[in-house]
Design a protein around this ligand. Structure first.
Ligand SMILES: NC(=O)c1ccc[n+]([C@@H]2O[C@H](COP(=O)([O-])OP(=O)(O)OC[C@H]3O[C@@H](n4cnc5c(N)ncnc54)[C@H](OP(=O)(O)O)[C@@H]3O)[C@@H](O)[C@H]2O)c1
Length: 285
């Protein structure tokens, strides 16, 4: 009997892309689900959900933009129920630590009737090179409302390894893995590591939540997104998440990757290079 296809929602995103690559490398059937996939999958358009679920046995769920946003848990719950009603047996959810919205999203998956694994993650390293913190770094300054609160940033490769284990092995069913990197770093520490790895002057500037929201609005970020991200930072960056968890070790029996290794390897890709910074500056003129 051929293995069933896995749907990876956000299959071009930070963890989704890595999960798709890992399943494909093992010749396991996989379908990417996002607005740009065929068929498309859009959290905002429920008519896209059923076509994406056709002949699917397992789903890796990454909600966009974030489980902390209003209505996210209800949407994930509705999707999970539709998935189970249409033959999906296993759900793996990417969740966030110490967020009330993420807890509700987890509960919706627990109650779906599917076999489930919850992967509750700290902030990812790849936010610094594949996401919203890249451009500020290229401009030489990252301004975030995080004060000197420490976060155990985790590598998306480690998350993807845990997710693939949960999708392909039965040992992880009904388990909650709280996954973090091996070291607590403040944003100042993390930016200093990137600055040292690149040899470029890059600084972290702590700002208030209101400054954070205003800066996003000034850049043209949609108001609900700016508001949601501000609320997320206010909720989780108060010190409550400044501790290490052992989910990677429990799921995989190995240590997670250190931020310094991530920074060194990412420098080699050229994504943080001065040329990249110049290109951004040119584009802004
Ligand atoms: N980033 C972190 O540090 C972090 C930490 C802990 C937990 N999480 C959780 O991880 C989840 C994903 O966050 P992320 O930052 O890692 O994002 P991400 O997966 O990198 O987001 C990008 C992906 O989402 C897809 N996407 C965007 N809008 C979509 C929509 N309306 N419908 C379907 N797919 C859509 C994109 O593809 P298209 O453009 O083709 O649609 C792309 O594949 C969130 O729920 C968050 O709570 C994130």
């Amino acid at each position: 009997m051929s293995p069933e296809t896995t749907l990876v929602i956000g299959g071009t995103g930070k963890t989704g892309r890595r999960v798709v690559e890992r399943l494909a490398a093992r010749n396991l059937p996989v379908r990417s689900g996002s607005r740009s996939s065929a068929p498309p999958f859009d959290w905002e358009n429920r008519s896209t959900w059923l076509p994406a679920l056709r002949d699917i046995g397992a789903v890796y769920i990454t909600y966009h933009p974030d489980l902390a946003f209003p209505g996210a848990a209800e949407t994930v719950g509705a999707f999970a129920q539709l998935a189970v009603a249409n033959g999906v047996r296993r759900l793996v959810l990417l969740s966030g630590r110490n967020e009330s919205g993420a807890l509700r999203g987890e509960q919706a998956v627990r109650e779906s009737g599917a076999e489930w694994t919850l992967v509750r993650s700290s902030f990812m390293n790849q936010n610094f090179n594949e996401s919203f913190w890249l451009e500020p770094l290229l401009h030489g300054e990252l301004a975030v409302p995080a004060g000197d609160v420490a976060e155990p940033f985790i590598d998306a490769d480690d998350i993807a390894d845990v997710v693939v284990a949960a999708l392909t092995e039965d040992d992880h069913l009904g388990r909650l893995y709280e996954v973090t990197g091996p070291r607590l770093l403040t944003f100042s520490d993390a930016v200093a590591e990137i600055s040292a790895a690149t040899g470029r002057e890059i600084h972290y500037r702590p700002i208030t939540s209101e400054e954070f929201r205003a800066a996003m609005l000034a850049e043209g970020v949609p108001a609900d997104f700016a508001h949601g991200l501000t609320e997320l930072f206010s909720e989780v960056m108060d010190g409550r998440s400044a501790y290490l968890s052992d989910g990677v070790q429990r799921a995989l029996g190995r240590e997670p990757r250190d931020f310094r290794d991530y920074a060194r390897q990412t420098v080699a890709t050229g994504v943080w290079s001065a040329a990249g910074g110049a290109a951004v500056a040119d584009a802004a003129e």
